[in-house]
Design a protein around this ligand. Structure first.
Ligand code: HSE
Length: 437
């Protein structure tokens, strides 16, 4: 049986998970791939901490180049994360004609187009199933299983930390801070949790998925991103009373000459299956023309789910090596020459429905003033809801709009904020309806 030599860069949680699964599943992997997947070397600056693994013949070294420059290594697995040193290592490994497997969504979202070009030039593979949605097989689904489909839209929960926080606030009445602390203790959050709660981690994943879905260059910079810091229990309570749940969604929609790509807290009705995806779980609903709606659900983070996704890439590459072929499936799902630049719709051009919450003065004429400004800006109100007066004499007023243009809404809100009818900035949450089959 052919032996395929693997090196892992980074011996943290994911790296250790990959090492563990390679050892634990040795026989299963051999029988499924027809190859011996030999973990030859692991590199990490920390070579002393006990990770509780018997490495056997695997070398643990502190110098990453002992893997990157080793002619015997076939596949380099990058589990370091970040965009600096990991980028250098991956580029060098590709130039050294090694196949690379990575879970690094920030790197792919920021520099993926260049990495793909380098892999192509050197005729090697770059695989990243673990970069989006953990163990949900979303990358291979878009690249392979849905190959005969035009992808009309994707709506997804792609950040376990945010979903955990929103679930804890909604179901247990936790504070934002307590829920975040829990998520960190449970190991879901990024080293820098603002990447999670400000929506950037989700945007990284959406940039990758949009590329695979539509054959477009990876474009992170034009994705509209909002996080969950401003979501309060009051909004969650209002949402519940309307039969809605608030989720941080990644939304990607294809139109004839552009795509929508946005990440923001979104109100979805209880009939949308994503509204029932709780705690740290991830899920995606893909609406495609031949299949209709398909939903994937699974663990978006964690040692073994992430390792499982990494191993699926290693197995793909091993199968190619055994057949003496390379790059059987194009890295972004389309041969590189067919990848286009497709513009992302500027947010101000978006049409959707809105939940608007104002902290209003409890004076006669205030509602008329707010609705008057909305009307002058073309925004039609579907319903108005008001809760009792707060101890400070202010009243939370919620308005649900019919479909309106983002530019109109932003202009109206600026005008309303300048009046003496409201205190502070209004809360704006977009409402998303799931396409009916
Ligand atoms: N920080 C991410 C999350 C981990 O919370 O989902 C997986 O990308």
């Amino acid at each position: 049986m052919k032996t395929i030599n693997i090196g892992i860069l980074g011996y943290g949680v994911v790296g250790a998970g990959v090492a563990k699964l390679l050892k634990q599943k040795k026989q299963l992997l051999e029988s499924r791939t027809g190859a011996v997947l030999n973990l030859m070397t692991i590199a990490d600056i920390d070579t002393t901490t006990d990770r509780g693994l018997d490495l056997g013949t695997t070398a643990l070294v502190s110098d990453a180049y002992k893997i990157i420059d080793d002619p015997a290594i076939d596949i380099v697995v990058e589990t370091i994360g970040g965009e600096t040193i990991a980028r250098q290592f991956i580029l060098k490994a590709l130039e050294n004609k090694k196949h690379v497997v990575t879970a690094n969504k920030a790197l792919l979202a920021g520099y993926g187009n260049d990495l793909v070009k380098t892999a192509r030039k050197n005729l090697v593979d770059l695989a990243f199933e673990a970069s989006c949605g953990g163990c949900m097989p979303i990358i291979k689904s878009l690249r392979e299983s849905l190959v005969a489909n035009n992808i009309k839209s994707m709506s997804a929960i792609l950040n376990g930390t945010c979903n955990y926080i929103l679930t804890k606030i909604s179901k247990d009445g936790s504070s934002f801070e307590d829920a975040l602390k829990d998520a960190q203790d449970l190991g879901y959050a990024e080293a820098e949790p603002s990447l999670d709660i400000d929506g950037f981690d989700t945007a990284h994943k959406l940039a990758i998925l949009n590329s695979l879905a539509h054959g477009m260059e990876i474009n992170l910079k034009d994705i509209h991103v909002e996080g969950i810091r401003n979501i309060t229990p009051v909004d969650i309570e209002f949402a519940r009373s309307f039969g809605y749940t608030i989720k941080l969604l990644a939304i990607g929609k294809f139109h004839d000459d552009h795509v929508e790509a946005r990440v923001h807290p979104t109100m979805i009705s209880d009939s949308n299956p994503l509204s029932h995806v709780d705690k740290s779980m991830n899920a995606i609903v893909i609406d495609a023309d031949a299949t209709g709606q398909t939903m994937l659900y699974g663990h978006g983070a964690g040692m073994m789910p992430t390792a499982s996704a990494v191993l699926s890439d290693i197995a793909d590459i091993a199968r190619n090596i055994i057949l003496g072929i390379k790059r059987r499936v194009p890295i972004l799902g389309y041969p590189e020459d067919n990848i286009k630049i497709i513009p992302i719709l500027p947010m101000k051009e978006l049409y959707t429905r809105y939940y608007l919450r104002f902290e209003a003065q409890d004076h006669p004429g205030v509602l008329a003033k707010i609705s008057g400004i909305l009307g002058e800006n073309n925004i039609s109100i579907k319903s108005v809801h008001q809760k009792g007066r707060n101890s400070n004499g202010k009243v939370p007023v919620v308005m649900i709009t019919h479909i309106a243009k983002e530019a109109w809404v932003q202009k109206a809100l600026k005008q309303i904020s300048k009046t003496d009818s409201v205190i502070g900035d209004p809360v704006v949450i977009r409402i998303e309806e799931i396409a009916q089959e």
